[in-house]
Design a protein around this ligand. Structure first.
Ligand SMILES: C[S@@+](CC[C@H](N)C(=O)[O-])C[C@H]1O[C@@H](n2cnc3c(N)ncnc32)[C@H](O)[C@@H]1O
Length: 500
């Protein structure tokens, strides 16, 4: 935001938006459930019909910013703060006014925010145009994933690297005293500034690549939904980092730790290659090795190269049936596949990397896992619990562990099952263990694990529980102990168990 004038204009516009009920909840009540749901499917007709007899402020705002329709200048002047909307670059036109950017009511349950971004290729009223090179992306699936998994403890300083429309910074603004937001795209910073002002927040916005704009400053929390797409060239700033192969993820992981305060956390979305003959875990473990941070890497999806290229070519829009456009699309598709062949890539993993400075890295190694089968993504508090559990585990030495008294998590459940054979005889099936409403779902457990879990009421030592399980199954405690330690560590990290 360039000056006080713009900020004042944004404050006036915010007031008009709020008074008109142009908010995330307000839209639902203005349009009704059916028309509102239609918008989610990219079908604006029911919403247009719902508003056809309304000519008030709310209806004009929805027409302009939600439906992508035009509003006659005299109507806009009569009902809306037109000069402010034009000054901020939100609206333009001559006799018919039109939204120049996407302004979307957004928020948590008790906030009313506005996210300003470019119109997507599928935005209502904006056709199927291919997006421009400096396109500023709106709130998408990856944005929501990062917003969801970020721990929300109160912090002093937070950094949003690659802020784009500013959606992560909005969430950070609730629990960080100072928010620094960076982007390589100047246009993104301009739109992020309007997002902040329209949402009643103030951020320190800085232009530059990766950590360049923050130098050696440190943060309690760093979040990044970077341009992680592995692509040849640098076609769109929002998507292509312009680094070779999956180097963007590696660079972010390796450059974050010096910018974290002691105890600080970085949450980074990334894509990584599955190189033929190589375990992806080893590749990403190589990124985090030597960072001095504890690390949790979770892979939520893997796509093969063709799926991946198709996805990202569609994402940028511009796919028409015109023969020339079709040929250009196919040429880019083939070029991209060639690039993957040169990288020897079998697939591309999508996921997140959480770094924690102060967790003792080394002895326990990073936690690297596939979470594709999880019924849902974790919330920030669940991510924070995993990070804290790993840090807690690392403070125990072997002797102290044996004397520790783990406690089952309050929501822990052991699900026993039986199977009837043809004659009706019942036999036990392996049990499942899970957390009520846990994000990972239930997983199969062996009998010793279940025995240990039943023993861990917070008063029984690990050593006594192992002796007891060994006696129950006629085993030597020394044979049970190594496996039990691994199990307890795993269950502690997955927060099924708590160590005092
Ligand atoms: C996928 S968008 C994410 C936007 C937003 N933070 C979100 O969560 O939706 C990635 C952003 O990173 C910016 N970007 C691209 N290359 C960058 C770089 N080298 N350093 C910093 N930001 C970069 C892009 O301009 C874009 O705004």
């Amino acid at each position: 935001m360039s000056d006080q004038g713009d900020r004042a204009a944004a404050a006036r516009v915010r007031e008009v938006f709020l008074d008109a009920g142009f908010t995330a909840d307000g839209l639902l009540s203005v349009l009704g459930a059916s028309a509102y749901a239609g918008l989610g499917r990219g079908e604006p007709v029911p919403a247009r019909r719902a508003l056809q007899d309304r000519h008030d402020v709310t209806a004009e705002l929805v027409r302009l910013f939600v439906l992508g329709d035009t509003v006659p200048r005299q109507d806009a002047r009569r009902r809306l703060p037109l000069d402010d909307l034009v000054a901020l670059g939100l609206v333009g036109g001559a006799s018919e006014m039109r939204a120049l950017v996407d302004v979307r009511p957004y928020g948590e349950s008790d906030t009313d925010w506005y996210v300003v971004s470019d119109h997507g290729p599928d935005s209502a009223g904006h056709g199927q145009a291919e997006v421009s090179a400096d396109h500023v992306l709106g709130v998408g699936g990856a944005s929501l994933t990062l917003a969801r998994i970020t721990p929300r403890d109160l912090v002093e300083r937070a950094l949003d690297l690659g802020t784009g429309c500013g959606v992560q910074a909005l969430h950070l603004g609730r629990h960080a005293r100072q928010v620094v937001a960076t982007d390589r795209n100047r246009r993104a910073l301009r739109l992020a500034a309007i997002t902040a002002a329209l949402s009643g927040q103030e951020w320190d916005l800085r232009e530059g690549s990766l950590f360049e704009p923050v130098g050696a400053e440190t943060f309690d929390l760093v979040v990044s939904n970077p341009p992680f797409v592995i692509s040849p060239g640098l076609r769109y700033t929002y998507r292509d980092g312009g680094f070779p192969a999956d180097d963007l993820g590696r660079l972010l992981v390796q450059q974050s730790p010096p910018r974290l305060t002691d105890g600080g956390t970085a949450v980074i979305l990334a894509n990584w290659l599955h190189v033929h003959g190589e375990d992806w875990r080893d590749r990403v473990a190589g990124w985090v090795a030597g960072t001095g941070c504890d690390a949790w890497v979770a892979q939520r999806e893997v796509q093969d190269p063709a799926q991946y290229v198709g996805l990202w070519l569609r994402d940028a829009g511009g796919l028409s049936e015109e023969p020339e456009a079709r040929a250009e699309h196919d040429r880019r598709y083939a070029e991209w596949l060639d690039a993957f062949r040169h990288m020897d890539a079998d697939g591309i993993g999508f996921g997140w990397i959480v770094l924690h400075r102060g967790g003792t890295y080394g002895a326990q190694g990073p936690r690297i896992e596939d979470v594709a089968q999880a019924p849902r993504q974790p919330r920030g508090d669940e991510v924070a619990a995993l990070v804290a559990a790993r840090a807690g585990w690392a403070t125990y030495d072997a002797i102290a562990l044996l004397d520790a008294c783990p406690r089952r998590a309050p929501g822990l459940r052991i699900i026993e099952q039986e199977r009837a054979d043809d004659s009706g005889h019942l036999s036990a099936l392996p049990p499942f263990v899970g957390l009520a409403e846990g994000w990972r779902g239930d997983s199969l457990a062996d009998s010793v694990t279940v025995h240990l879990l039943r023993a861990f009421d917070g008063t029984t030592t690990l050593s006594d529980a192992v002796d007891d399980a060994a006696a129950a199954y006629g085993l030597d405690p020394d044979d049970v102990l190594p496996g039990a330690l691994l199990t307890v560590r795993h269950l502690t990290e997955t927060t099924h168990l708590h160590l005092p």
